[in-house]
Design a protein around this ligand. Sequence first.
Ligand code: ZN
Length: 211
Amino acid sequence: MAQQRVCLREPIADIVQAAALLDHAVTAHLLGRTDEAEHLISQADMPKVWEWTESILGKNSPHAIPDGSCREPSLPLALRTPARMPSMQEKSWLHARDGYHCRFCGIPVIRSEIREKIRRVYPGAVRWGKRNAERHAAFFALWVQYDHLLPHAKGGGNELSNLVVTCAACNYGRGGYTLEKMGLCNPLDRPPIQSPWDGLERFDRATRRLG
Ligand SMILES: [Zn+2]
């Protein structure tokens, strides 16, 4: 059996720096220093961070190669649990359990709803086009996903014990393969990361208070 790994590719230090810049940007925003916030958000849009994400979820990724050459059997469509995104309540339960870090690679994550609220205030700094290349590097790398540990096509269901909080690269890089096929350990076998990173959720709470 192939050696097991915790994630498809180790995170790079620039991701932590970019997350810190976004964290400072939200702090500046909450203090009314909007020019500083905009500048910090733009600084976090680092090409190296974009390259890291793309190296995992992009086409022909050298990091997302399944173990062995044989194809994994999939369940017939009629036998699969229909794919469903978790509800808002289920998402909040998942964040209460997993925090705001990817359960595989450990990088900080941000909900798309929060990204959109920040983008509405800073549309020039938070690039978010249809193509990956047109997206702000840090918001793209830190884009939270709710990943099915056992994919639907392999018989996985929507129960919370089959879902984990992940980053975009770890979710899309693995695609529809099982953990075993990708040589990945089950992330629920190790404790979630505890940290002060709040997923920039305080931006939303401040907006609601003001609104
Ligand atoms: Zn990850």
